[in-house]
Design a protein. Structure first.
Length: 78
């Protein structure tokens, strides 16, 4: 599985678990809402800076997001 698609799926799952809409996450992370959508669909990947902003906005660590992505890739045919 493509890591970009995996990260997008993880981001969507954690965002929803955090009770945030794409717009709320984008506002909290100081990025454009359309960028959140593009990331979740695997069409764009965040920079390290944006990764940390997204994680902070959802009250998780950047390392957790990366680990969850790695786990997702391994489970879904990496």
């Amino acid at each position: 599985m493509d890591p970009g698609l995996a990260f997008g799926s993880v981001l969507r799952e954690v965002r929803k678990r955090s009770g945030l809409t794409q717009e709320q996450l984008a506002l909290a992370a100081d990025i454009d809402r359309t960028f959140v959508s593009l990331i979740e669909r695997g069409e764009r990947q965040p920079t390290i800076r944006v990764l940390f902003r997204l994680a902070a906005a959802m009250h998780v660590s950047a390392a957790q997001l990366i680990q969850m992505t790695e786990d997702y890739v391994n489970v879904n045919g990496g």
